[in-house]
Design a protein around this ligand. Structure first.
Ligand SMILES: *Cc1c(COP(=O)(O)O)cnc(C)c1O
Ligand SMILES: [Zn+2]
Length: 415
């Protein structure tokens, strides 16, 4: 399976590594910039991976794409079902947003209720392949609860670092799955640095998506699915794919999957990518507007999953938007909260703030003329709404409190 990997290439200096040689980052460039990209022998992949072989494949999970995944030993794949999440046509949402067609892909349907499961599933396979004794990550919340779930599924101990402000539901998930949890008195960026130090110090397997090149390979499966799902609908791919951006791993994965499907001849041309950031934390947007230069910034947004002031996968994230001919856009917290209701009411899908930021981003991009009225968009809903109930209540308010009395109902109806 990982027989198809030809090499790992450093995003910064271009140096090549053999798969056995490098497990994490380019030693010459260090982990801040020396992020590796997994390369495959696509001609060889194409012989076993094409529309005909996929049509024969009954696996309805991310593992149906095994020839394009870095798995040496498929027996180590965890039993939880990840991927093959539903893609819904959302015509009322399209009308609301002023675009021709809209689809939403509900990633909240994954085992721990976020998109992060695609990466965690890959992370535990790689950790088991290396016979790691413990796995670790730092996370705004979802990567943590996801890793905790997958570590539990395969019986691997996990140590997790989350910032103090991680929403309670996510922290509860971590503890329920039995992970050792450090709530760091600081920001996500500080939790990330601490996790890096601790994993070096104590020899734990590091799931941090930016420095572990294999995890983005899990994330890219969302796009492999998108291509297949649109194919099954006999519909051409939309003009845009919209997704929220924190560290940039999701963005990078989304683009890699689309790029590969183009390379393998499934699609003539990949969609443009819309990267959505919060107004209170927009380092990608800023760099995109200013010659691609990254300036780490404060992280102030209700969308905790994208409250990342120092994005750790900057290169892959930027490449996604520039190579696809897409754009970055920013949205306010008010627009994000409003989008929780809009998505739920127009498409029946309940997302957390970062999960619905893509919806807000499409509306803004339409206003700014980045997306045209005749264009179509697929929006990735990256996390389930139950992850962050406080934000949902802020968005939707409280119920009407009444005594158990029909007259009270009548009065309330008239009010
Ligand atoms: C992690 C996350 C993102 C952003 O992914 P990055 O790889 O950090 O850019 C978006 N939405 C949700 C719900 C997430 O958990
Ligand atoms: Zn390098």
């Amino acid at each position: 399976m990982s027989g198809f990997i030809s090499k790992l290439t450093c995003m910064k200096c271009g140096r090549d590594y053999q798969p056995e040689q490098a497990e994490t980052y380019c030693e010459a460039c260090g982990f801040h910039e020396g992020i590796l990209d997994v390369k495959y022998d696509y001609d060889a992949v194409g012989k076993v991976f094409n529309p005909a072989t996929l049509a024969q494949n009954s696996d309805r999970s991310m593992w149906r794409y095994l020839p394009l995944l870095p798995v040496r030993n498929p027996e180590l794949i965890p039993h939880l079902q990840v991927g093959w999440t539903p893609l819904y046509a959302a015509p009322r949402l399209a009308e609301e947003l002023g675009i021709a067609h809209c689809w939403v892909k509900d990633e909240g349907r994954n085992p721990t209720a976020s998109f992060k499961d695609r990466a965690s599933a890959m992370g535990v396979v790689k950790a088991l392949e290396q016979r790691a004794g413990r796995i670790t990550c730092a996370s705004t919340g979802n990567a943590a609860s996801s890793l905790a779930g997958f570590a539990a599924a395969v019986g691997l101990p996990a140590t997790i670092f989350v910032p103090q402000r991680a929403p309670e539901a996510k922290v509860a998930q971590l503890l329920v799955y039995g992970a050792q949890v450090f709530s760091v008195q600081g920001t996500y960026d500080q939790a990330w640095e601490l996790c890096m130090q601790a994993s070096a110090e104590f020899g734990w397997y590091n799931r941090n998506c930016a420095i572990n090149p294999y995890l983005i390979e899990g994330k890219k499966t969302v796009s492999l699915e998108l291509v297949e799902q649109f194919r099954n609908l006999c519909t051409k791919l939309p003009d845009w794919v919209a997704v929220s951006v924190g560290d940039g791993c999701t963005l990078g994965g989304v683009w890699k999957g689309l790029w590969e499907m183009q390379r393998l001849g499934f699609i003539p041309r990949a969609p443009k990518i819309l990267g959505v950031q919060a107004e209170g934390c927009k380092p990608f947007w800023h760099a995109w507007k200013h010659q691609g230069i990254l300036e780490p910034c404060e992280a102030n947004t209700v969308a905790d999953s994208i409250a990342v002031g120092h994005p750790r996968n900057f290169g892959k994230g930027m490449r996604a938007v520039t190579e696809s001919g897409g754009a970055f856009i920013t949205v306010t917290d008010e627009e994000i909260l409003a989008s929780i209701n809009v998505l739920a009411r127009k498409a029946g899908v309940f997302g957390e703030p970062a999960g619905v930021a893509g919806v807000a981003g499409v509306r803004q991009a339409r206003k700014d003329g980045i997306i045209a009225a005749h264009e179509s968009v697929a929006i990735l809903i990256t996390g389930n709404g139950l992850k962050d109930i406080q934000s949902a209540i802020r968005a939707a308010g409280r119920p009407i409190s009444i005594p158990p009395d029909v007259e009270a109902v009548r009065k309330a109806l008239q009010a």
